[in-house]
Design a protein around this ligand. Structure first.
Ligand code: HGY
Ligand code: MN
Ligand code: MN
Length: 412
């Protein structure tokens, strides 16, 4: 296996170029899935891959696969994937680094005319973030057989637009059945989105798994009334109920810390008028833990709190768990290839698990998968100031290429 070297400058320039597609004034990216900006970056990505001689396919939920042939077409491809969609106040690197580092690895294979045993594929997974269409990791979930394509197409955003309509509108509804394509393995490079690597001065995270995630939708209902004429004791104020629940959700997570986190991130107060007592409040709940038993305990406490809080305020509520992604362990062989890839490149590494969800978590159900982390400044992500360095991006891309070639060597 030759000592192929990626071109860090080319990767960095490509990252800064694509960061202009959805650039925000604060230096981040707002490129929500299936918007015109997503189409723009997808069109750009397709052209870049085709310029390398890759064949680009799209499946029924919009996931893109750019394939470079290998010596043995009977081998399933080795995939390098992540996502190009972002949070509304996303950074330049979450997801994008994984896809563009894979493009850099592909460019390196192309220009050195290196022949791999297996085909190599770059994957751009649709709707990893789940911010526009819940849940997150939707397309990789369809690929892994967790969700049906029909379920994905039926998901609606807060404006009532469906995933399926928007996918068609941007011209990325492919014919291929999601999951029909098989991988020998999948490697995902991603910023850590937490503080561990930076704190320990390590360049590479060898990721062993992903913690469990549960999402809930909650609606609390009271009665709209006049803020001037309704005595405090006679109100059915849904926002007071929501406020008390937000405190209780934080307390539930704190009870299980450091092995759990809990967040209310999305809230809609209705009618949201200065002089109307809120009659209805919708909010989301995001629970995470590496331990299913803790997630079960948190769920029980959430439901008990909802009954108590709403009864005390003469309110009613509706609650539904809309997503549950179990804790995931990645496959030993790809993990070993990442470790070898980091050693070969001479970077300090450490074993870890991921606090954030990633497409690799679902792909791991149908193929040997693992992840590579690089640090991000202050561990900050899902924030326009998310940043990582030229060197860290280059290190991640080099380890990604090394790991893929190490896995490929074993298939020979
Ligand atoms: O929610 C997550 O962990 C991921 O960023 N979609
Ligand atoms: Mn991500
Ligand atoms: Mn993210």
């Amino acid at each position: 296996m030759q000592n192929l070297q990626i071109d860090g400058q080319r990767l960095w320039d490509t990252l800064l170029h694509t960061a202009q597609i959805g650039a925000t004034p604060k230096g981040g990216i707002c490129r929500l899935t299936l918007t015109d900006l997503d189409r723009a970056v997808r069109d750009w990505f397709k052209a870049q891959c085709e310029a390398l001689g890759c064949t680009v396919s799209v499946d029924e939920v919009g996931t893109m696969f750019a394939r470079r042939p290998g010596k043995n077409p009977n081998l399933a491809p080795i995939a390098m994937g992540s996502h190009l969609d972002t949070q509304p106040t996303g950074g330049k690197f979450d997801g994008t680094l994984g896809v563009l580092a894979a493009l850099e690895a592909m460019r390196t294979l192309h220009e050195t005319q290196y022949e791999t045993n297996a085909p190599i594929e770059i994957v751009n997974w649709t709707n990893e973030e789940g911010t526009r269409f819940a849940p997150a990791m939707l397309a990789s979930g369809v690929f892994a057989g967790v969700f049906s394509a029909a379920y994905a197409h039926g998901r609606t955003d807060r404006d009532g637009k469906t995933f399926g309509e928007e996918l068609k509108r941007i011209g990325y509804q492919g014919e291929e059945k999601a999951g029909a394509r098989k991988f020998s393995a999948m490697f995902e490079l991603h910023v850590e989105q937490g503080p561990i690597l930076e704190t320990e001065g390590k360049k590479i995270g060898v990721v062993h798994g992903v913690q469990g995630i549960r999402w809930y939708d909650v609606t609390i209902t009271g009665q709209e009334a006049h803020t001037g004429t309704t005595p405090i004791g006679l109100r059915k104020n849904a926002l007071i109920g929501a406020a008390r629940m937000i405190e209780r959700i934080d307390a539930i997570a704190r009870e299980h810390a450091p092995n759990a986190v809990g967040t209310v991130g999305l809230i809609e107060n209705r009618p949201n008028s200065r002089n109307v007592i809120p009659g209805e409040v919708f909010f989301s709940v995001d629970f995470r833990s590496p331990d299913e038993k803790i997630l079960d305990a948190m769920e029980t406490k959430l439901r008990a709190a909802l009954g108590e809080v709403t009864a005390a305020l003469q309110l009613t509520y509706a609650e539904a768990r809309i997503w549950q992604s179990a804790p995931v362990k990645f496959a030993p062989e790809p993990i070993e290839c990442v470790r070898i890839g980091a050693e070969k490149a001479g970077f300090a590494w450490r074993d870890m698990i991921s606090g954030a969800g990633h497409d690799a978590a679902y792909v791991a159900r149908v193929a040997p998968a693992t992840m590579i982390f690089v640090p991000c400044a202050g561990g900050i992500s899902h924030n326009e100031t998310e940043s990582t360095s030229f060197d860290e991006c280059a290190a991640g891309a080099q380890v990604l290429l090394n790991a893929v070639l190490e896995f490929d060597r074993r298939l020979g």
